[in-house]
Design a protein around this ligand. Structure first.
Ligand SMILES: Nc1ncnc2c1ncn2[C@@H]1O[C@H](COP(=O)(O)OP(=O)(O)OP(=O)(O)O)[C@@H](O)[C@H]1O
Length: 962
């Protein structure tokens, strides 16, 4: 505002701290003649021409002021003018009416602020949580890190005898060439390439890095030396430096403008093709890592799938045979069915091992239904549970229930039922009360009803089936299974009915572990072991009645020469013949890009029908990758200009790499309704990818799955076999790819020792898919970098996604530190370059920057039941005393898990370090070991898998008599 106006002197003082004068307009409404005599204050533009413009001019504040000072003082009496200095008010009228009217327009002083950066999330109208800006390393820190960092030596990468021999041969050949007088450089190069190329996959050798026809090129960034960098450093030199231009960075552009020299073969293969390591994702050590590991002679265990016998040969009821034909289109028996069904029909306990997808479910379900439908008098609903099928996951409950529903279709008096969640305990109780004859459930839920539902009686049980038996004996399930078995035995022993039918038990799995002995001892009486492999050795051990219990023990104790791996005795492992197994060695930094390009390659090959499962180790990983891949690969990215013209700019933005592909996610922390929806959605969609934990690792049967990707390695060989077995089922074809970091490549040898034959795949073959889809890249490496850059930018812009990524990374680190002893030398957290792995989560910061913040141990899963023995009045007293020592009502097992999880009971959890606390191996300070310790330990699988899924029903609550 005008601060001080002295009208006598016509002095104006504008306080420049407050408003700024935007314009001073002097209007004169008096006739021309008068204006001329008065020669009143004039705008400079008017004074120069001596004319009053018809439209009052607007001049700049400064020039108007000077005009005003000079003119007003001389000519105008102080009563003549009235000033309007408001920026908003309309011009005031002079009391003289026709004389002068001075209108000073002002505008408020705006402190010039930098335009706030609009994040992508904001642009897209998403909510974004406020958060701390990402910390960046100072130059000094970077230099120090670079200087101090020593890459730990990986014992797995120590040169092997073969490598040394090859190197020696090369050296000798080179000397010989020199002695012979030297050939020209070109031929030398070619020869070297042949040598070197023999170590690389064929497709890798064929990779031509350049795309000469391109003229518009993204500048390749300058990276500096990569080896020994830490993650922050590696980030600096990678994608984000695309945007910074430096003299060096311009160099690649120059080379493009020139007619591009076609690289010689030698250049392509002998390391020069990796010159683009400047991009930041590729370095020389990768070349070494990607060398062919070679394949050892492995004779896989063979297994015949189909027997060639008709279903009708089994002597089943004709309705059953017709029903199978009509509903399942099944006419021929698989070998395992042919071997198992007659034995079960004779009432024997069986223990069945047969490869994945070989039809084990029908092998027990068909005779079970047959025996039940035959019973006279007919069984009734009120007879209660006559057959109990225990499976490890809720998806498997759903699947098995659907199959059994089909099988009992001709026999309307047999009632199947499942306990799988998604409904209240009350309605489940009501269904149990009404009567279920064949009941399918997970151990947790069944035990819950055993303890809380009086009408759930197992006295009349005739069949007990444990599908995925080895899994059911693992930590988390074993205790519940034992409780169920205990309860069955107890109820039967206490029953007044002394003519109870014998209880027949069946255990099935594609993998048998040494633990199965205990399980067999626990639940089976003189079991018949049916092994479906064609192994001569196994055949020799079989009697005409199959294997007996002693034989099983002998089989399991067979020394297969695994030496140090003896602990992981998995017995016979067989992989379906039509399943093509491969592994691909991917440097940690490239994992996410490699996964994306693999999926892109597969979708390109069959865009309409592509179904895949990608296994990851933790729920957090699944959550993060689901969001990231969806966002980055399936949605069109709009930049600001696109958005402005969004309405009519169809197709202007980047075309997503996997446009139209649907990603599903499935893990144990989702609600039952979500899980059911996803499982059905995945089964029904023609083209989609399921990102999942091991919750779908076993038993799940989705026949048209073409590809299984193990993005994180399995922790046991059995898990490997089950995961890959989600494809190539019942004689169909399928493929499975295992991702391994260079330091993990020895896992292949471990698999070979288990007689699993696996071929090496070529990462470059995947990455090549990116090039034609990236208009800005000239080389595969640039295309890969651009994609990585896209991931990182998305993460930078979206705080929520960034948090998810940090959590996912931390959960992965925990998972990585919990490999069993025999695999620890291969999956060694001390060797793994955490900074590089962080990059595969699109993170640019060093792990020490964020890990502690996200490392708080998870709360223990809610427990909602007492143990079966806790119902015993004598034990209740003892338990009560024991419970006083604990704040929660957790059972011993869960307590134990808790301690594994967080190292201390609930109230005494180790606090996470301060947000900015520095981990040692990346950021100085504490060492890698203590950093890892600070993360605590956790199981890779989510504990909710073992939970019944029901809300807690307090131990004090007495069950009602139903
Ligand atoms: N006799 C048969 N002829 C043709 N297909 C069959 C036959 N028996 C079962 N199948 C089909 O084979 C597929 C796999 O069956 P199932 O799920 O029982 O295998 P599994 O051995 O239990 O596998 P996993 O070990 O993975 O649980 C199913 O789609 C099933 O319908």
């Amino acid at each position: 505002m005008v601060d001080n106006i002295s009208l006598n002197a016509f002095d104006f003082q504008f306080n420049v701290d407050k408003p700024k004068v935007k314009a001073i307009v002097l209007r004169r409404k008096a006739p021309l003649a008068r204006a001329a005599t008065n020669s009143g204050p004039r705008n400079p533009s008017t004074s120069s021409s001596n004319k009053v413009p018809s439209t009052p001019p607007v001049s700049s504040a400064n020039s108007s002021l000077s005009a005003l000072f000079s003119s007003k003082k001389d000519d105008v009496s102080h009563g003549d003018l009235m000033f309007n200095v408001s920026s908003s008010k309309p011009p005031a009228k002079s009391p003289l009416g026709d004389d002068f009217m001075l209108n000073v327009t002002t505008k408020p002083v705006v402190i010039q602020k930098a335009k706030p950066k609009i994040t992508r999330a904001e642009r897209l109208g998403k909510k974004q949580r406020p958060g701390k800006p990402l910390a960046k390393l100072s130059d000094e820190q970077l230099t120090r890190a670079l200087k101090n960092h020593r890459k730990p030596q990986n014992p797995n990468q120590m040169p092997r005898a073969g490598d040394l021999f090859r190197a020696q041969m090369e050296e000798e050949r080179r000397k010989k060439r020199q002695e012979e007088g030297g050939e020209d450089q070109e031929s030398n190069g070619d020869e070297e390439e042949a040598e070197y190329g023999s170590d690389l996959p064929a497709k890798t050798r064929a990779t031509a890095g350049k795309r000469p026809e391109k003229t518009s090129v993204r500048q390749a960034p300058q990276s500096g030396e990569e080896s020994g960098e830490d993650s922050a450093e590696s980030d600096k030199d990678s994608a984000e430096s695309d945007e910074e231009s430096s003299p060096e960075a311009e160099e690649p552009q120059k080379t493009v403008k020139k007619p591009t020299k076609t690289p010689s073969k030698a250049e392509e293969t002998s390391g020069n093709r990796f010159r683009t390591k400047k991009i930041g994702l590729f370095d020389q050590s990768d070349v070494e890592a990607l060398k062919q590991l070679g394949q050892r002679a492995v004779k896989p265990v063979k297994e015949t799938i189909f027997s060639g016998s008709k279903i009708s040969t089994l002597g089943l009821h004709p309705h059953a045979v017709k029903n199978l034909e009509d509903l399942l289109s099944i006419r021929e028996l698989t070998s395992v069915q042919q071997k198992t069904i007659p034995e079960v029909l004779q009432g024997k306990d069986v223990l069945v091992r047969s490869q994945t997808g070989s039809g084990k479910t029908l092998a027990y379900a068909l005779p079970l239904v047959e025996l039940l439908q035959k019973q006279q008098p007919r069984i009734q609903r009120k007879d209660g549970v006559l057959a109990l099928v225990i499976v490890p996951t809720r998806e498997l409950v759903m699947q098995t229930y659907e199959l059994i529903q089909k099988l009992v279709k001709p026999y309307t008096w047999i009632v199947p039922g499942s306990l799988l969640g998604g409904e209240s305990r009350k309605s489940e109780k009501a269904r149990l009360r009404k009567g279920i004859n064949i009941l399918i459930g997970t151990p947790g839920r069944l035990v819950d009803h055993l303890l809380h539902t009086a009408s759930f009686k197992l006295t009349k049980l005739q069949f007990l089936i444990l599908d995925e038996a080895d899994r059911l004996l693992e930590l988390g399930y074993e205790r519940d299974v034992k409780q169920l078995v205990e309860a069955i035995d107890k109820q039967r022993a206490e029953s007044e009915d002394k003519e109870l039918p014998q209880l027949q038990r069946m255990l099935l799995s594609a993998t048998l572990t040494s633990q199965v002995q205990q399980l067999a001892g626990l639940t089976l009486k003189n079991p018949l072991y049916i092994d479906n492999s064609d192994e001569a050795a196994s055949v020799a051990l079989k009697t005409k009645d199959g294997y007996q219990k002693e034989t099983i023990e002998t089989l399991l104790e067979v020394d297969d020469g695994l030496g140090e791996y003896q602990e992981d005795v998995t017995g016979v492992l067989s992989i379906p013949e039509n399943l093509q197994l491969s592994y691909v060695v991917v440097p940690p930094k490239l994992r996410l890009v490699a996964l994306s390009s693999l999926l892109a390659k597969e979708v390109d090959a069959s865009p309409k029908q592509f179904k895949a499962i990608v296994f990851m180790s933790t729920t957090e990983m699944v959550n993060f990758h689901h969001d990231m891949l969806n966002e980055a690969l399936t949605r069109r990215v709009l930049d600001e200009e696109d958005e402005q013209e969004e309405g009519d700019s169809e197709g202007d933005g980047d075309t997503p790499l996997l446009q139209g592909l649907r990603f599903f996610k499935l893990h144990g922390s989702m609600t039952q309704t979500e899980r059911q929806g996803v499982f059905r959605g995945f089964r029904d969609c023609p083209s989609c990818v399921l990102l999942a934990t091991d919750v779908v690792g076993r038993g799940i049967d989705v026949p048209d799955v073409k590809l299984v990707v193990q993005y994180t390695p399995p922790q046991t060989t059995a898990d490997f076999v089950h995961r890959v077995g989600r494809t190539a089922r019942a004689g169909r074809k399928g493929r499975a790819v295992l991702f391994l970091a260079p330091s993990e490549a020895q896992f292949v040898r471990h698999l070979e020792k288990k007689r699993i034959r696996i071929q090496q795949g070529d990462m470059y073959a995947y990455l090549q898919t990116l090039l034609p889809k990236d208009d800005e890249a000239r080389t595969v490496q640039e295309a890969a970098s651009n994609l990585q850059h896209k991931f990182q930018t998305l993460l930078e812009d979206d705080r929520e996604l960034h948090d998810k990524s940090c959590k996912a990374f931390v959960s992965w680190m925990k998972f990585y530190s919990t490999f069993p002893k025999e695999l620890k030398p291969i999956f060694n957290v001390r060797i793994a370059h955490m900074g590089h792995f962080a990059k595969s989560f699109a993170l640019k910061e060093a792990p020490s920057k964020f890990a502690a913040q996200h490392a708080a141990p998870k709360a223990a899963p809610p427990t909602n039941r007492l143990t079966y023995t806790e119902r015993d009045p004598e034990k209740i007293q003892a338990q009560k005393r024991a419970k006083r020592r604990f704040t929660t009502t957790v059972t011993g097992e869960v307590r134990q898990l808790q301690q594994r999880d967080g190292g201390a009971p609930e109230g005494d959890r180790r606090k996470p370090g301060p947000p900015g606390s520095r981990g040692g191996f990346m950021g100085g300070g504490v060492g890698r070991v203590s950093f890892m310790k600070s993360l605590g330990k956790s199981r890779a699988l989510n504990m909710s898998e073992f939970d019944s899924g029901l809300p807690a029903e307090g131990p004090a609550k007495r069950r009602k008599q139903a």
